[in-house]
Design a protein around this ligand. Structure first.
Ligand SMILES: *Cc1c(COP(=O)(O)O)cnc(C)c1O
Length: 440
C-alpha cells in the first residue's frame, strides 16, 4: 500500500523519521491524534482566518476535537466547507447553538441504567459501555455530553458490575458493546470482557459497535479478528456516513473482518450537508454491500445539544428510503429509525405502501406508483391463544420458546391478555378520576 500525497505530507510534519509502517500502526495513529488548531493547520498546510480561529477555540472548550492522522488525510483541503470528512470531524461554531428542545441526554441513557456501564431498555438486550473514548470525536455524536469527559477506560470493577447485572438477568440474550469505541481497548482487555460474557449461558450473541474501520482502519489486525472469531458469534456494526470514507484502507479492514466470519452491519446518521441526498445514500449502500457490509440502520439525527445544524426534516429520510426500496437490492435498504426522546427506543419510519383496506382486500402501491390489490383469505380461522401451548393445534416444539409476557402493542394484540388500552402515566383525564383505576 502506498500513501497518498496528503498522507506523505502529514506523516512528515508529524515526524520526519516516521515510516509507512508507523502510519499503519493504530497506536501510532492514536498517539498522534490531532487535538488542537495549530497541529490541524500545520498538518494540512493551511491557515484559517482570525475569525474562524476564535470560533474554533470557543467551540473546543465545550466540545473537544480529536482526529486521527488517517482520517485527517482524507479531508479535501480545496473544498473544506463542503467536505464530508471535514464536517464530521472539525468543530464549527454552530455546535454552540443550543435550541429549545435540545437535550444533553435525549435518549435518557443515564436514567435507564440499572448497573454501572449498562443501559437496559429493551426486553432481551442491553448496551454495555466498555470504553469512554473514541479514535475520532464525531461532531454529530449523540453522547456529545460525555465526549472527552475523562477519556478513560471504565475500570475493571465497574465493568464487572455491569457483567454481573447481565449474569443475573436471564432474559438478556444479546449484549451490545459500545462506548466510546470498544476497539480502543487493548486486545487482552477485550478478550477478557468477551470471555466473561461468553461464560454466561443465556448470552447468545455479542455485538460490537465501532467506528474504527472508518477512522482508524489499522486497528483491525489479524490478532483482533482472531479474538473475535474465538468468541463467535460476535457481530460488528460500523458507522460509515459517506462513500468517500470507503477507502482502500477501510476496504482492507472490512475484508479482514468478513474473512474471519464476522457478520458486518452499518449504522449511518442522516446529516444535513453531508449525506442528505438519495444519490449519495445509494452510492453508500452499494459500496457497503460490495464490501460485505449490510446497511442496518439509518438514524434520524438525535436531539442532543450541539447537533442542530446537522438535523434534517424526517421527510428527507423518507425520500431517501423511497429512492432505495424497490429500486435496489432489498438488503441494501437500511431501516430508517428515530430514537425516541425520553428513552422510548428506536422507532422505524417508512413511506406508506398500504393505501386502503376493506374486510377482504388491501390496496397497496409499489415503488413505481402502481396501485394494486391483495385479496385476503375468505376463511381464515384465527387460533385463539391463551398461551396454553399444550392444547393448541399449532405445534410449538421449542424448549426455549419465548416465555415472557407480551408488552406494549403486542399485548394489545394478544388474546390472553385483557388489556384494552395503553395509557400514558400523565394522562390528565385519568388523573381527574378519584380511583386508581386506569383501565378504560
Ligand atoms: C439501539 C439500542 C439497542 C439495540 O437495538 P437493536 O434495534 O436491537 O439494534 C439496545 N439498547 C439500547 C439502549 C439501544 O439504544
Amino acid at each position: 500500500m502506498t500513501l497518498s500525497k496528503a498522507q506523505e505530507q502529514i506523516i512528515n510534519s508529524i515526524d520526519q523519521t516516521a515510516t509507512r509502517t508507523n502510519w499503519r500502526d493504530w497506536k501510532w495513529q492514536m498517539r498522534h491524534s490531532i487535538r488542537d488548531l495549530a497541529s490541524f493547520e500545520k498538518l494540512l498546510g493551511i491557515s484559517l482566518g482570525e475569525e474562524q480561529r476564535t470560533a474554533f477555540e470557543k467551540t473546543v472548550e465545550k466540545f473537544p476535537m480529536s482526529i486521527t492522522p488517517y482520517y485527517l488525510s482524507l479531508i479535501d483541503t480545496e473544498d473544506m466547507q463542503h467536505d464530508p470528512i471535514f464536517l464530521q470531524s472539525v468543530p464549527l461554531p454552530q455546535e454552540l447553538d443550543i435550541l429549545k428542545g435540545d437535550m444533553a441526554d435525549p435518549l435518557h441513557e443515564d436514567q435507564d441504567s440499572p448497573a454501572p456501564c449498562v443501559t437496559h431498555r429493551y426486553p432481551d438486550r442491553v448496551l454495555l459501555l466498555v470504553s469512554n473514548t473514541c479514535p475520532m470525536y464525531c461532531r454529530h455524536c449523540t453522547r456529545k455530553r460525555r465526549v472527552g469527559d475523562k477519556d478513560t477506560i471504565p475500570n475493571k470493577s465497574a465493568i464487572l458490575q455491569g457483567i454481573d447485572y447481565i449474569r443475573n438477568t436471564p432474559q438478556v440474550r444479546d449484549v451490545l458493546l459500545s462506548g466510546g469505541d470498544p476497539f480502543l481497548l487493548s486486545d487482552d482487555y477485550l478478550d477478557w470482557i468477551l470471555t466473561e460474557l461468553r461464560s454466561i449461558d443465556h448470552v447468545e450473541i455479542i455485538r460490537i459497535g465501532t467506528r474504527t474501520p472508518v477512522v482508524l482502519p489499522y486497528r483491525i489486525t489479524p490478532e483482533l479478528t482472531a479474538i473475535l472469531k474465538k468468541h463467535k458469534p460476535v457481530w460488528v456494526n460500523t458507522h460509515f456516513n459517506h462513500p468517500r470514507e470507503i477507502t482502500q484502507s477501510a476496504r482492507t479492514a472490512l475484508d479482514m473482518l468478513a474473512d474471519a466470519g464476522i457478520p458486518l452491519g452499518n449504522q449511518t446518521v442522516l446529516l444535513s450537508g453531508i449525506n442528505d441526498c438519495p444519490r449519495i445514500m445509494k452510492a453508500l449502500v452499494h459500496q457497503l454491500t460490495r464490501n460485505r457490509v449490510r446497511p442496518y440502520y439509518l438514524y434520524q439525527c438525535d436531539l442532543s445539544e450541539g447537533l442542530s445544524h446537522f438535523r434534517t426534516p424526517v421527510g428527507k429520510g423518507i425520500e431517501i428510503l423511497e429512492s432505495l426500496i424497490g429500486h435496489t437490492s432489498g438488503f441494501c435498504v437500511p431501516t430508517y429509525v428515530i430514537d425516541a426522546p425520553g428513552g422510548g427506543g428506536k422507532i422505524p419510519v417508512m413511506p406508506n405502501y398500504l393505501i386502503s383496506w376493506s374486510t377482504n382486500k388491501v390496496v397497496l402501491r409499489n415503488y413505481e406508483g402502481v396501485i394494486t390489490t391483495y385479496k385476503e383469505p375468505d376463511s381464515y380461522e384465527p387460533t385463539f391463544c391463551d398461551r396454553n401451548c399444550e392444547s393448541c393445534d399449532l405445534l410449538l416444539k421449542l424448549d426455549n420458546a419465548d416465555e415472557d409476557k407480551s408488552i406494549g402493542i403486542e399485548q394489545l394484540l394478544s388474546d390472553y391478555d385483557q388489556t384494552i388500552s395503553l395509557i400514558p402515566a400523565s394522562n390528565a383525564r385519568h388523573s381527574r378520576r378519584k380511583t386508581e383505576e386506569t383501565e378504560e
